[in-house]
Write a protein that binds this ligand. Structure first.
Ligand code: BGC
Length: 255
């Protein structure tokens, strides 16, 4: 790991496990990231092996804080009680313990959307924003982070809101993976996103929505067509936010 990096971030997603050393002064990668495909059967063992592989590839020193963004609500030291998009064998597992053992050092685990929200709040589109910011990630699922006057309320799972009787799990209707699966055009997808963000707007009255995930690269194709009153902007760190946020979060936990 090169010297300009103060921490290491890993983002575990439904399709890829991405990692990079992070420069925390700038809030950006210190070296190009490495993406390894998520194993088809994404058990704790299989995913932990890739975490190890990432640390070895970048020769991460033991003194560097390591943060891992994980696609489920995380309570350190407690067994996981819900998993949407990785293997169900994660349920009941202490995620932090599994990764710390594989890494041969203590690591910090944080929900992936919370990591992305923290990165946006620290370095990106939500920097210096007061009031309520809802940062969302549109990927395999939908992740959410609630940030109130700069303070994160962790582990919100608003990607699973009930939209209607027909759509009892919002992410199964409006996630980016669903747009791909159903081959929806961006405008058609934006209609679904209007329903989703409209519901969040109705119940939370936020001051700003930030939209992240890989598809935020194409924000101009769908954001202008989401018809809500609240300002809605693309994530400034795009798909890098999970890695940067996890690294940042780990650095705040290490003393
Ligand atoms: C999970 C969340 C996660 C989101 C994005 C959802 O299915 O329940 O914890 O943040 O996907 O990965």
């Amino acid at each position: 790991m090169i010297e300009t990096a103060q921490a290491f971030g890993i983002d575990i997603g439904g399709s890829g496990i991405k990692a990079a050393p992070v420069n925390l002064e700038k809030g950006e990668f210190a070296e190009p990231r490495l993406k390894i495909l998520t194993p088809e059967v994404s058990t704790p063992d299989a995913v932990a092996k890739i975490v190890r592989q990432q640390l070895d590839h970048f020769e991460v020193p033991e003194s560097a804080p390591v943060g891992i963004a994980f696609p489920a609500p995380i309570k350190p030291g407690k067994p996981l009680d819900f998993m949407a998009n990785l293997d169900q064998s994660w349920v009941g597992v202490d995620v932090t313990a599994v990764f710390s053992e594989a890494a041969g050092r203590p690591v910090t685990v944080v929900n992936d959307a919370d990591a992305a929200g923290l990165a946006e709040q620290q370095f990106g589109a939500a920097k210096g924003k007061d009031g309520l910011v809802i940062a969302t990630t549109l990927g395999t699922g939908i992740g959410t982070a609630l940030i109130i006057d700069g303070v994160l309320v962790p582990n919100t799972e608003l990607g699973h809101l009930i939209l209607s009787d027909k759509h009892p799990d919002a992410e199964k209707y409006a996630a980016s993976s669903i747009r791909e699966q159903e081959e929806l055009g961006y405008k058609k997808w934006a209609k679904r996103l209007t329903k989703y963000y409209g519901l969040l707007e109705k119940y939370f009255n936020p001051d700003l929505f930030v939209v992240g995930g890989g598809v935020s690269r194409k924000a101009d194709k769908f954001l202008p067509f989401i018809e809500i009153k609240t300002p809605i902007v693309p994530a400034a760190l795009r798909n890098e936010a999970g890695i940067v946020g996890a690294a940042y979060y780990a650095s705040t936990k290490q003393h």
